[in-house]
Design a protein around this ligand. Structure first.
Ligand code: HH2
Length: 325
């Protein structure tokens, strides 16, 4: 049997003396301890790989730390028409309660416009009316809130209400959104989508789906940098279900590790999506176990952050998968 070395414990890279602190490594047979310099000759590739995973993404007032475990983003849709939780959280007090109940979530992603295939767009005023009190209420209770929007005016008001992260499914289609994020110094998720929610599922075709998404990431990373967003604040998401057939989504999950070469944390949102229904033949309310399998697979293949509805269950799935890496 092959002996695979792995890192058991690494020094916090943000500490000024981290180079002098010990790493704990299992070399496949026994535990070894030493500084990076001492272990470099035998385990250089392992340390490099681990460091690449150990990314720190600053947000106003704190930092997300990736590497030690997969982080979890809880979904809170304040919409009448989201595909799985539409209409559940339209009352702000109930939405805030639902957000607070997602105790295991590292981030709460608040959205006021559905992006399900064929969804109608809403005005910035309506979107803001839905999300603003919820963002404000959760932020006031110390939660790290991400605003899921493609509109600059919504993002700006959400940052003023206390949101400290931007989840943009259009990956800065509107440059003004990037400018708002740059000004607020918030982390930004750039998600891949082919087309728009209205037309994305009409005829999604790719040559090599993973290669095309990686090219898109490179282009949008450049755009983000040119708008003043710092590279350390960017996260990448291949956009499961956004202009993809079931086979494309499965291929993305099979080859997720390829996105790690871009050097940024990888976000994955599979929760209750239709490719799971396609494989299992289950309606949206019966896709939790299927989602759990996709979360575990994504974590094992290098996902840094998973975006989910069933926070407690998926946090468990991620934790187990983390331990089997
Ligand atoms: N998926 C949805 C919405 N936003 N953001 C990121 N970064 N990644 C995703 O995969 C993603 C996303 C769609 O899911 P949901 O929010 O549950 O539904 P709806 O768009 O209908 O509100």
């Amino acid at each position: 049997m092959a002996h695979v070395p792995r890192v058991l414990k690494a020094p916090d890279p943000s500490l000024p003396n981290s180079a002098k602190l010990p790493w704990v490594i299992h070399d496949g047979r026994r535990v070894r301890t030493g500084t990076a310099a001492q272990l470099r000759t035998s385990f250089g590739a392992l340390l490099r790989d681990y460091r690449r995973r150990a990314l720190t993404v600053p947000y106003p007032g704190g930092a997300l730390k990736f590497g030690a475990r997969t982080l979890v983003m809880g979904i809170l849709n304040i919409t009448p028409d989201s595909f799985s939780d539409g209409g559940l959280h339209l009352d702000p007090a109930r939405a805030i309660k639902a957000g607070l109940a997602m105790e295991e979530a590292d981030i709460l992603d608040v959205g006021g416009e559905s992006t399900r295939p064929g969804a109608e767009s809403v005005s910035a005023e309506e979107e803001l009316r839905r999300v603003e009190p919820v963002v404000r209420g959760l932020a006031a209770r110390g939660k790290l809130v991400s605003i899921d929007t493609t509109k600059p005016a919504v993002a700006r008001a959400a940052f003023e209400a206390g949101a400290r992260m931007l989840n943009d499914v259009s990956a800065l289609a509107d440059p003004d959104l990037g400018r708002e994020a740059a000004r607020a110094k918030v982390p930004v998720i750039l998600m891949h989508m082919k087309g728009t929610p209205r037309n994305m599922q009409e005829r999604p075709d790719y040559g090599d789906v993973v290669a095309e998404i990686a090219d898109f990431f490179r282009e949008r990373l450049d755009r983000a940098l040119s708008l003043g967003i710092s590279r350390v604040r960017i996260l990448l998401d291949p956009g499961i279900g956004f202009g993809k057939r079931p086979e494309h989504n499965l291929e993305i999950l099979r080859r997720l590790e390829e996105f790690r070469s871009l050097g940024r944390p990888v976000v994955v949102g599979t929760s209750r999506k239709s490719f799971i229904g396609h494989v299992l033949g289950r309606p949206v309310e019966a896709r939790r176990d299927g989602t759990s399998a996709t979360v575990a697979a994504a974590v094992l293949r290098g996902a840094d952050l998973v975006r989910v509805h069933d926070v407690r269950e998926m946090a468990d799935a991620a934790r187990m998968a983390d331990r089997m890496k």
